[in-house]
Ligand binder design. Structure first.
Ligand code: F6P
Length: 366
């Protein structure tokens, strides 16, 4: 007979996203209700490499958490245990596999299941640990909304809300000064945040990674507006957008244990627009404002639903899966569904078609 579940663990990995604390609260309360104990692993998997970073999570630990941004467990987008950075005597850094230590600590602590909250990187790590015998359930988090297998990730709605608010605010100052604003939003290699906030705030130009842009087409749109007496324009650009035949704009070289940092495309686009149109063009980079602070109602709700569903999956002993929104329900999908391919904006999606019908320019001349 299988031994009953007695103790589970939860961790948060990758970049933070509004709603992480709400997931933790739902996990803890749903588990305690079943008579299980919950351990919080601090900073992704670091708590399973250094077990002094493990904390007991109680009803008190998760009181009043639903509306709070960040994560009480801390997080990191470094320190993948399968490729852990090791500093060589010459100062160079090389990746080493420390996953065995994680598995040993997990077993020694008598943990029956792990709920891993994270984005694509964390789901990939979770799946590799499932392959090493750790019973794991994933919870899809990322403001980028680029995880497959789920209609939406928590954190995305808050990021879009922040971006939409910023774009709305820039409209009045852009119009007052007859300027062009180029606003850079996050999203990595997917254009979900730029697309949704750009449509919701009636941007004139939306540049996303899925549609390489021609700067000439962008400038034509701005000058067409000029000719119609609209002497300002708002361009929203995803950090991963690039011109036709051009390269991604990154900040510094890739480091051993983390993904390359994107950013800087707004400056390039703005410089080109100013040069070609003669219009004063300013940039705003929203950056981590999109990740900080209180989750929206939608994100709180979906985060709580995901957390509770993850505990139900553990109770049903369904592992190597990720909870996913498949409206109207939340169900489990194999972790491989989430990590096999990135979820990009489909070019024939209703939102793209709507934007085109409203006259929004994607920089591709269509
Ligand atoms: O994946 C979430 C995200 O915010 C991306 O949109 C962005 O490219 C990246 O993380 C930034 O990460 P960091 O926290 O390292 O700046």
């Amino acid at each position: 007979m299988e031994r009953p579940i007695r103790r589970i663990a939860v961790n948060t990995g990758g970049g933070d996203a509004p709603g992480l604390n709400a997931v933790i609260r739902a996990v803890v309360l749903s588990a305690l209700r079943r008579g299980w104990e919950v351990l919080g692993i601090r900073k992704g998997y670091e708590g399973l490499l250094d077990t002094s970073k493990i904390v007991q999570l109680t009803r008190e630990s998760v009181r009043g958490l639903t509306h709070l941004g960040g994560t009480i467990l801390g997080t990191t987008n470094r320190g993948n245990p399968f490729e852990f950075p090791f500093v060589l005597p010459d100062g160079n850094v090389t990746p080493i596999d420390r996953s065995g230590e994680v598995v040993n600590h997990f077993n020694r602590l008598g943990i029956d299941a792990l709920i891993a909250i994270g984005g694509d990187g964390s789901m990939r790590i979770a799946h590799r640990f499932a392959g090493k015998g750790i019973p794991v359930v994933g919870v899809p988090k990322t403001i980028d909304n680029d995880l497959s297998g789920t209609v939406i990730t928590f954190g995305f709605d808050t990021a879009v809300t922040v971006a939409t608010d910023a774009l709305d605010r820039l409209h009045s100052t852009a119009e007052a000064h007859e300027r062009v604003f180029v606003v850079e939003v996050m999203g990595r290699y997917a254009g979900w945040i730029a697309l949704n906030s750009g449509v919701a705030s009636s941007c004139d130009v939306i540049l996303i990674p899925e549609i390489p842009f021609d700067i000439e087409v962008v400038c034509r749109k701005i000058m067409d507006r000029e000719a119609r007496g609209r002497h300002f324009a708002i361009v929203v650009v995803a950090e991963g957008a690039k011109p036709v035949g051009g390269e991604l704009v990154t900040r510094g070289p890739k480091e051993v244990d983390r993904e390359v940092r994107l950013g800087g495309i707004a400056e390039q686009v703005a410089a080109e627009i100013e040069h070609r149109t003669g219009k004063e063009t300013r940039t705003v980079v929203l950056g981590h404002l999109q990740r900080g602070g209180r989750p929206t109602t939608f994100d709180r709700l979906i985060a709580l639903r995901f957390g509770a569903a993850a505990v139900r999956m553990v109770a049903e002993r369904r592992f190597d899966v990720m909870v996913a929104l498949d409206p109207p329900t939340v169900r489990a999908v194999p972790l491989t569904d989430a990590i096999d391919r990135m979820k990009n904006v489909p070019l024939d999606s209703d939102t793209v078609l709507t934007a085109r019908d409203l006259g929004t320019c994607f920089g591709d001349g269509e």
